[in-house]
Design a protein around this ligand. Structure first.
Ligand code: DON
Length: 535
């Protein structure tokens, strides 16, 4: 049976960009039914949990940035927290060494998921349509199925030896012979449909207590995990300050800690203001060099100082103060490569999971959401209710001074403490021009999220690219450690490569950086949803 929402026709009731066409369609349908941007975002979120199980989730967490039509803006943090049984040394052996894979694979890697609580909170405060109707498309997609794409099939094939070994994931995604279900065959997820129906009926209560929670905790205990029923009863989505960054005639709304996004953007844009990138041009070696430098410097602050805001015992606001940013940017030069202090680090593991969606409605409301299981399919364990569980615990500094799976070397403010959130790079932003929403931008990519979002912003607002070009243009990434500048094909011309090499900058060409889903206002005031052509 074709899901009802797929029969709808479209006209401009707003705009949606997500990483997966069924989710986009479901979300558009809600706008068309008179829903606002929050309603449409909630629908996208649950639909993605069905159609994009590598990152869409109910077993993970994320950040929601909302700009109301009346002009108020909000940051709702529904990121995972460390379970009560968690502690700073939970991933170390008796000798204090990191136990390989403990924070990335299996139930011990799982943080208390916040997605259902976050969506419920957003619905209660700002939603306009009934909760049940927002979950209906996801329920239909889980119960009636949808064709498995080639990309999904590839992801599942790659993970045959890990994800394919989990009994529930195996039943959902794999055939009896252990290979993924065929491309084009219907992916039916009956257990997930039951879970979603329960959430539709009971709201967040379904995730506070009762059979869903009991089944998760049982599986977690059996798998050596740390989750307990009280963790679900006690989870709280939090409202955090929105960081407002002024840039020429624009204001960027961004997330604050435990996201590093607001600080990163205020520092990088602040440091960049002493240079004329626009006049130099997008592909000028000086532009690449300076951009790489400011990225690395902002990362060094992020990694050392940030974490869950409850753990700060210093004035974090100082870090985005112009005086601090001036100091941070001291000595920047297009002719100098700054080598980071430490050089001993493992190569980071590459992945492009997590997902972002952007929604605007016809009344001027805008929602920017980045949500994640952390790695693709999270900890590679599925809850008995048919959904994947996160491995967000790896975003904590599991051993301060040592790199995590993204090569991030983080510090004492980001250690595992029960009830606290790990530091994140997720960077949902909303850009305002003359007090009106001008774009909604975000991406997956671990630490490369920060540099991806920054570069899409610069492409659009400094290099004046069209929305499509701003997203499609090749990108590069630098973080504090490792010092390597990673770049996509066609981002650096041979002149730039020689110049950077001469300065001592290590370079590495990589296939893809980020997967942006954004909405931009064009010159005529029309909304242009843009999905990343890389995927
Ligand atoms: O919150 C974070 O920064 C990470 N958990 C995001 C992970 C991610 O984007 C995975 N994709 N590469």
């Amino acid at each position: 049976m074709l899901a009802t929402f797929l029969l709808a026709s479209f006209c401009q009731h707003g705009a949606v960009a997500t990483a997966e066409p069924y989710a986009t369609q479901a979300s558009n349908y809600i706008l068309q039914e008179g829903g606002n941007a929050i309603d449409a975002a909630i629908t996208a979120s649950f639909a993605l949990a069905v159609t994009y199980p590598t990152a869409g989730n109910i077993g993970g967490g994320g950040f929601l940035l909302y700009r109301e039509p009346e002009g108020l803006s909000w940051f709702l943090d529904f990121r995972e927290v460390a379970p009560q049984a968690g502690h700073p040394k939970m991933y170390l052996d008796e000798d204090g060494e990191l136990v390989e894979g403990a924070s990335t694979r299996g139930w011990r890697a799982v943080g208390v998921p916040g997605s259902v609580f976050g969506m419920w909170e957003a619905h209660k405060l700002w939603g306009s349509l009934p909760w049940k109707s927002l979950l209906q498309p996801a329920i239909e997609l889980a119960a009636s199925g949808f064709p498995i794409t080639e990309a999904e099939h590839k992801r599942l094939s790659r993970l045959r030896k890990t994800l394919g070994k989990d009994p529930y994931a195996r039943r959902s995604f794999y055939k009896k012979d252990g290979f993924p279900k065929e491309v084009g065959s219907l992916l039916l997820q009956p257990e997930l449909a039951i879970t979603l129906r329960r959430i539709a009926k009971q709201g967040e209560k379904a995730f506070r207590e009762g059979p869903i929670v009991k089944a998760i905790v049982e599986a977690s205990v059996a798998g050596g995990g740390a989750l307990a029923e009280e963790d679900f009863a006690n989870y709280k989505p939090e409202f955090r300050p929105v960081q407002k960054i002024r840039w020429r005639d624009l204001t960027v709304l961004a997330a604050t800690a435990p996201s590093s996004s607001g600080l990163f953007l205020s520092q990088t844009l602040g440091m960049l203001s002493q240079f004329s990138l626009g006049a130099w041009g997008w592909d000028d070696p000086r532009t690449v060099q300076i951009l790489g430098e400011v990225e690395a410097r902002a990362f060094s602050v992020r990694n050392r100082w940030l974490g869950d805001p409850e753990g700060f015992d210093f004035g974090v606001a100082a870090l985005s103060h112009p005086t601090f940013i001036k100091k941070l940017g001291a000595g920047l030069s297009p002719n100098r490569f700054t080598r980071p202090l430490a050089t001993n680090f493992p190569a980071p593991w590459e992945s492009s999971e997590t997902t972002h969606y952007s929604v605007v409605d016809s009344k001027g409301g805008a929602v920017s959401v980045t949500t994640t299981l952390n790695s693709g399919y999270g900890a590679k364990v599925m809850a008995p209710g048919g959904f994947m569980m996160n491995n967000e615990m790896d975003d904590f500094a599991t051993k301060p001074g040592f790199a995590n799976q993204f090569g991030l070397v983080q510090g004492k403010y980001n250690q595992v403490v029960p009830g606290r959130r790990p530091l994140s790079s997720m960077s949902p932003i909303i850009v305002l021009r003359n007090g009106q929403v001008d774009s909604v931008i975000g991406s997956p990519g671990g630490p490369t999220i920060l540099t991806t979002v920054l570069q899409v912003f610069l492409n659009r607002y400094v290099f004046n690219m069209t929305p499509e070009k701003a997203v499609a243009a090749p990108r590069f990434h630098r973080q504090d450690l490792p010092p390597t500048l990673k770049y996509e094909a066609n981002r650096l011309d041979s002149k730039t490569i020689s110049r950077l090499r001469a300065l001592g900058q290590p370079l590495q060409k990589i296939r893809k950086l980020g997967n942006v889903d954004a909405v931009f206002r064009d010159r005529d005031g029309e909304w242009i949803p843009v999905t990343d052509p890389r995927w």
